[in-house]
Design a protein around this ligand. Structure first.
Ligand code: T4K
Length: 374
């Protein structure tokens, strides 16, 4: 192992500390720390405006937002979902007593393949939970067509899709509900945090109550809600971060551009490019390593880079369907998921974050090229 300064897959973008102090002073003055305080209310409004959505409810993290979104729609039975995601996607189904049904992904987008959804629908199916993985938009029109035909709800796990627009329209306006994650590793962060995006005021009230134990007013508990509120300090951090997020996305865009230019033509490496009409936010930079053409396996490359203090990540390997909780489900069989199994065996996410220096970026690129035996 080298003693060089580590280059991690991501690094949180921190807003200037001195600019955070006035927010803290305000909180101290308000003496209001959580439970829908003024910072929280302001952030819900500013985020909805920034993201181009009508109703947004903040959460203490993306996982509780997912769990609560399923609660809000009363989803039961079976839900069709992707195995190629962070494990929280499927865990949210498990926490609601729902049976996940895994469907394979599209080889070009790595998202749920709509052409394989209908074959997985049974009388117990109530919803589809796709993921805009790496922030790349799902085929939302086709998913809507299938959902409408079969009377299914659609809940998008949009944890990676902050600030993603398709033909000028926020991707978060799709489906019945979408959820976001504002974890420290995300493009936009409240340290820990998340949100549910919905389309009408009544649903927004319902979701707001759900994250506050199910209370409606002071004396009435309408349903078994949970505590998933975002506190004032984190909301303030979110307000300040929002001022910088466009510059963060721009830096990420230029890093992605450099990777694409400099790694182009490397034998055995496949990269994803911008989709037509999409404003990307570049939350991750995945590459696929074809062992035969590259001359080394993905895992050998991962270890080689680690030896140079470059810590890439194999998001999302192993597939969720591979984990013990889920691997006995019939839909988890690798034969049912050939594309996802193949992509998971080849994928490597390269470092991408606003502060990544040109020097470090060059080091990543040169090290990958040095590892290539193709
Ligand atoms: N749905 C999807 C599709 C998701 O990807 C996620 C979360 C969720 C739902 C659930 O949302 P949350 O409940 O988390 O809001 C990370 C994140 O913890 C997780 O939020 C994220 N997805 C997932 C893809 O990645 P780990 O286990 O890889 O994190 P960790 O601690 O290994 O950190 C990753 C890298 O970032 C390391 O190189 C260290 C660096 N790092 C990390 C933190 C926390 C820093 O430099 N500073 C930091 O403060 O899960």
């Amino acid at each position: 192992m080298s003693s060089e300064k580590p280059i991690l897959v991501t690094k949180p973008a921190l807003p200037p500390l001195d600019e955070f102090m006035p927010y803290l002073e305000e909180i101290w003055k308000n003496c209001w720390l959580t439970n829908n305080g003024p910072m929280h209310q302001k952030l819900e409004k500013e985020l909805a405006d920034y993201l181009g959505v009508n109703y947004l409810s903040l959460f203490s993290n993306g996982t509780l937002a997912l769990i609560s979104a399923l609660q809000a729609l009363g989803i039961k039975g079976e839900v069709i979902t992707t195995p190629f995601s962070f494990v929280a996607t499927t865990h949210s189904l498990w926490w609601n007593g729902i049976k996940p049904v895994f469907v394979d992904i599209d080889p070009n987008t790595f998202n749920l393949d709509p052409s394989k959804i209908e074959a997985a629908i049974t009388p117990a199916t109530t919803a589809i939970m796709p993921v805009h993985v790496y922030g790349n938009p799902c085929d939302t029109a086709e998913i809507k067509r299938i959902a409408d035909k079969h009377g299914l709800k659609v809940i998008y796990d949009a944890a990676h899709a902050f600030g993603v627009f398709v033909d000028g329209k926020s991707i978060l306006t799709e489906g019945d509900l979408s959820i976001l994650s504002f974890h420290a590793t995300k493009v936009y962060s409240t340290i820990e945090g998340g949100a549910i995006i919905c389309h009408d005021e009544q649903m927004k009230h319902h979701i707001d109550n759900l994250k506050n134990f199910g209370f409606r007013g002071e004396l009435v508990v309408e349903e078994p809600g949970i505590n998933a509120k975002l506190n004032e300090v984190q909301a303030a951090y979110g307000l300040l971060s929002l001022k910088y997020v466009d510059s963060y996305i721009e830096k990420r865009r230029s890093i992605a551009q450099i990777y694409r230019e400099k790694l182009k033509g490397t034998p055995g490496l496949t990269m994803l490019y911008d989709f037509q009409g999409v404003r990307h936010a570049y939350s991750y930079f995945p590459i696929l390593v074809d062992e035969k053409a590259f001359g080394q396996s993905r895992d050998a490359l991962y270890e080689f880079l680690k030896g140079k203090s470059i810590f890439c990540r194999r998001y999302f390997y192993p597939l969720i369907s591979h984990f013990e909780t889920y691997n006995s489900l019939p839909s988890a069989a690798p034969e049912n998921l050939p594309i996802a199994t193949d992509v998971a065996s080849k994928v490597l996410c390269l470092p991408i974050y606003p502060e990544l220096s040109t020097e470090d970026l060059d080091k990543v690129v040169n090290s990958i090229k040095a590892a290539c035996r193709g």
